[in-house]
Write a protein that binds this ligand. Structure first.
Ligand code: F3S
Length: 406
């Protein structure tokens, strides 16, 4: 790979041993993928401090990096962690576990990372603009960045995201290149997408058909909401490893069908109607008995989601067999309190869980939930992987399940 003088300096150890090691990792990644050069990166979304995944070695690694005095070059946010920083006790987590988690987030912050733990980083200021190179982890965030923001990122895992955060460089291959961002599969939507949940089912259906391709949708209305697209994106990333799609007339790289395909031949042509969406809904039975978790916010809720939940649940009572969690960022929880939405949710017996990923925390096992109801196709499939009966339902129906207990 052709390196600039600045990049050679990073590799040579002039900027410290840890920088040299991480730059070496990026060069090897690039060489393996045939990259010809590096690009500058200003936006990183990492996962480097999720205790449930990294274990103790991850805490030590983050502290070692911090102790070298190195600072992140890129603006760096991080995925949800394994605890709610203010409420870990009531979520069944031990003091030792919480302290370990807090050690790694402290080290992350001291390296210059942003202390906001969320899988919707664009809602908290990490917003690479169209055409800008980024390095994000979190499959549901990567697909949103490529498709909706028009930014350019591959699907990173740590430590490569950490390496990019520190070096400010990433090898130019994959979704950094125009030719890999062009449409491959045409999807004609021939049914009304009446509710947000229909976007979830649409994403799951399409992605499970042809897997990791670049999809071009036609028939999605121009007024589609961000909340619908967050759910569709996460469903596509989970059900088919998809990292990018276009919506003609909606996403920034697709003013027309021709622009979305960019000269590519259409490889496959899918027509999606109500019957196709029903094939997804039919895969999820309804649990009647046992302890249930109703969870909204996988990916983390927007303010629109929290306002909607508060309105739906206001004046009602969550059933004794159910725990109701709305997951979101700390910032959104503060704003929910400021607007009275948190109070409505808590009065009904639910909670807003901040900072945390429900799936990356021992809380799920602590509460011994037998089933999970959710409006997210990502959460529905991950719950099933954790051997829970899983129900996919609209936000309205999820609230109804929480109230009635079935
Ligand atoms: Fe976010 Fe965890 Fe779901 S990272 S997308 S809440 S599995």
């Amino acid at each position: 790979m052709k390196l600039t003088q600045d990049e050679k300096d990073l590799l040579s150890g002039k900027k410290g041993e840890i920088v040299a090691k991480l730059m070496d990792l990026l060069v090897k990644m690039g060489d393996a993928r045939g990259a010809e050069e590096m690009v500058d990166v200003y936006s990183v979304h990492a996962s480097t401090v999720i205790l449930e995944f990294t274990g103790y070695p991850g805490v030590e690694l983050m502290e070692e990096v911090r102790d070298t005095g190195v600072k992140f070059k890129a603006f760096t946010t991080v995925d949800p962690i394994s605890i709610d920083i203010e409420d870990w006790k009531t979520l069944g987590l031990s003091k030792d576990y919480a302290e370990l988690q807090l050690r790694s987030v402290k080290a992350f912050g001291e390296c210059g990372g942003v202390g906001e733990y969320t899988c919707t980083p664009w809602l908290v200021g990490n917003v690479p603009r169209r055409g800008q190179h980024a390095a994000w982890v979190e499959t549901s965030a990567v697909i949103f960045a490529n498709s909706m923001l028009g930014a350019r990122t591959n699907r990173h895992v740590d430590p490569s995201a950490l390496a990019v955060a520190i070096c400010g460089k990433t090898p130019k291959y994959g979704f950094h290149l125009d030719e890999n961002r062009r449409g491959e599969v045409l999807v004609e939507v021939k049914t009304e997408l009446a509710e947000i949940i229909d976007y979830t089912a649409l994403g799951a259906y399409v992605a499970s058909k042809f897997g990791p391709k670049v999809y071009v949708f036609e028939g999605i209305p121009q007024g589609v909401t961000m909340e619908s697209l967050i759910r569709m994106s996460s469903a596509m990333s989970t059900w088919g490893n998809v990292a990018m799609y276009h919506i003609v007339g909606v996403t920034p790289d697709a003013p027309t069908r021709e622009a979305a395909f960019g000269g590519n031949k259409i490889q496959e042509h899918l027509v999606v109607g109500r019957n196709e969406l029903n094939t997804i809904y039919d895969q999820f039975p309804r649990a009647k008995k046992g302890k249930k978790l109703v969870v909204i916010g996988c990916p983390h809720c927007t303010l629109v989601d929290l306002q909607k939940i508060a309105r739906l649940i206001d004046g009602k009572k969550v059933h004794e067999s159910v725990d109701f969690w709305a997951l979101s960022s700390r910032t959104n929880k503060i704003l929910a309190r400021q607007n009275g939405w948190l109070q409505s949710i808590e009065k009904a017996g639910g909670r807003i869980v901040a900072d945390m990923c429900w799936f990356c925390s021992p809380s799920l096992d602590f509460f011994k939930f037998e089933s999970v109801a959710t409006d997210s196709a990502k959460a529905a499939i991950t719950a099933r992987q954790r051997k829970r009966v899983s129900t996919l339902a609209s936000t309205e129906d999820c609230i109804d399940i929480a109230i009635k207990g079935e």
